[in-house]
Design a protein around this ligand. Structure first.
Ligand code: YK8
Length: 177
């Protein structure tokens, strides 16, 4: 996998979890910025193994003229039972883009770690992998990989920027942060 984000924020771990992994105003605003529309979320539910699961459906806007303008996507998230509320959260997220070329060959796996640093700080780490469901022809594979990395890099760069903005807003004028 590749490490796309590794940064300490002046935001508590549980606040970060709430911002990224619930139907929060941060998520809604970020989706607006990324032109992600028609979003629907299920709530977190415990599965047979004790992990929590939820899924998201939405439509993404793609800027690449080779690919088309929009694609529906499904994101299946797992919050592992090893997570400790307020201390440490591990979330895996599998993203399936249904309407892009070769969509039946690949999906993206994002792994989010939120680790509490102190009462008001946490580290956010995101690792990403492009996974293949079936082996494409070599040229196709490099095409998929190249287009995926650039889109993902862009997305997490913007996520970092939006988190920094939120952090600044949250911490300004409080004096006791
Ligand atoms: C999630 C990875 C690949 C995909 C896209 C596919 C190109 C197809 C290549 C053909 C459009 C929000 C991406 C970037 C769409 C957006 C996905 C997002 C950013 C021509 C061979 C959606 C995180 C995420 C993960 C994977 C991203 C897709 O929260 O290039």
């Amino acid at each position: 996998g590749r490490l796309y984000l590794n940064k300490v924020f002046h935001i508590s771990a549980n606040k970060m979890f709430e911002m990224l992994f619930t139907d929060s105003s941060f998520t809604r605003r970020f989706m607006n910025v990324r032109k992600i529309t028609n979003a629907s979320f299920t709530s977190w539910q415990k599965d047979a193994s004790g992990n929590m699961k939820r899924s998201l459906n939405y439509t993404i806007t793609i800027s690449n003229p080779l690919i088309g303008k929009f694609s529906t996507a499904t994101e299946n998230q797992t919050l592992y039972k090893e997570s400790r509320d307020g201390q440490y959260y591990l979330v895996d997220s599998e993203v399936y883009t249904h309407d892009v070329p070769y969509h039946d060959y690949f999906y993206t796996q994002n792994r989010y770690y939120i680790i509490s640093n102190s009462k008001r700080k946490c580290r956010l780490r995101v690792y990403t992998d492009v996974k293949y469901k079936k082996q494409p022809w070599g040229l196709v594979k490099s095409f998929i990989t190249k287009n995926s990395w650039s889109g993902i890099e862009d997305y997490f760069r913007e996520l970092e920027a939006e988190l920094l903005e939120e952090e600044a807003e949250m911490n300004q004028g409080g004096g006791d942060n």
